[in-house]
Design a binder for this molecule. Structure first.
Ligand SMILES: [Mg+2]
Length: 307
């Protein structure tokens, strides 16, 4: 949870910028710390260390799970609706919520049920917030069932649902201390039953061992699950240190906050909170609250009972 928020906050300053624009701003090796987005950027209002909508939605999902002691899609969609109400009353608080979530939340505000509010787009809004499911679930079948459902209030396409399942499963398997080489193959197996296109993208990164520039050519990744989710899995499995993984995620360019958020979620779950540089933990907005949520989600999973 802290890893996800750290990644989101690090990527915040470059959201939507191309790889070359990021290099121009900070130099080739210059992405090392939180910072402010450039003048005129929609995130310029945020201070260094503040996170975006990715972490906000992850917090809503966490609070819904803790409130009930398990995931309940109705409770979660009520929270999304109330969040949408607050953002419509005070639009200046909006931290660049994506198009799909915006439309789906509008549907909730207009009275739609969670079964009818979601949009069949392939964006990554339900994947970027899915880590709490991996943290609170008791077994893999619960992870898959709840991650699927957690996507529905906003994202109903096969790709988005598979993206949410991918991230929640990656977090779950990391916490279960699954060996590195088995994490991707297990995810590919689980995701194949939901969306073959995402499975193929994940296969590419696991089998070809390509350079990051070959996998994500161009000047950054779009917000599509077919780009952001494989990019996050790539960074999380290719780099062994938290810092390297999250910086690589940001430097890909494009949807930097979401890719770094998902990378941070998986890498954080793999290596634990002490692997996150202290300067990033200290400078993170709401760090203590987020760590508290993680501990409560962990007790929901009863994983501590298993030792
Ligand atoms: Mg964001």
């Amino acid at each position: 949870m802290v890893g996800a928020a750290v990644g989101d906050a690090l990527g915040m300053q470059f959201e939507g910028l191309t790889r070359s624009e990021i290099e121009q701003l900070r130099g080739v090796d210059g992405v090392v710390d939180y910072g402010r987005a450039p003048m005129g950027h929609p995130n310029h209002k945020l201070l260094p260390g503040q996170y975006t909508d990715d972490t906000e939605q992850m917090i809503l999902l966490s609070e819904s799970i803790i409130e009930r002691g398990r995931f309940d899609v109705q409770v979660f969609s009520d929270k999304l609706r109330r969040w949408g109400e607050r953002l419509s009353a005070r639009p200046e608080l909006n931290r660049l919520v994506g198009e799909t979530s915006t439309q789906a939340i509008k549907n909730l505000l207009n009275g739609a049920d969670w079964r009818g509010s979601g949009i069949p787009a392939n964006s990554c809004g339900s994947a970027m917030r899915a880590a709490p499911i991996g943290l609170s679930s008791r077994d893999l079948s619960e992870v898959v069932r709840d991650a699927r459902l957690s996507s529905c209030p906003t994202h109903t396409s096969k790709g988005s649902i598979a993206g949410a399942v991918t991230i929640a499963t990656a977090v779950y398997l990391s916490l279960e201390k699954t060996p590195d080489e088995e994490i991707l193959s297990k995810i590919i197996e689980v995701v194949g039953g939901i969306d073959k296109a995402l499975r193929e993208r994940l296969r590419e990164i696991s089998e070809m061992n390509p350079a990051i520039e070959e996998l994500f050519p161009g000047d950054g990744v779009s917000n599509s699950v077919y780009e952001t989710v494989p990019a996050a899995l790539f960074c999380a499995t290719r780099y062994s240190r938290f810092e390297e993984a999250v910086i690589a995620a940001v430097k890909i360019g494009g949807d930097t906050d979401s890719v770094a958020c998902m990378t941070g979620a998986i890498t954080g779950a793999r290596h634990g909170i002490n692997a996150i540089p202290r300067r990033w933990r200290r400078g993170l907005e709401g760090a203590e609250y987020i760590e508290g949520l993680a501990l409560q989600l962990f007790s929901v999973s009863e994983r501590y009972m298993k030792g």
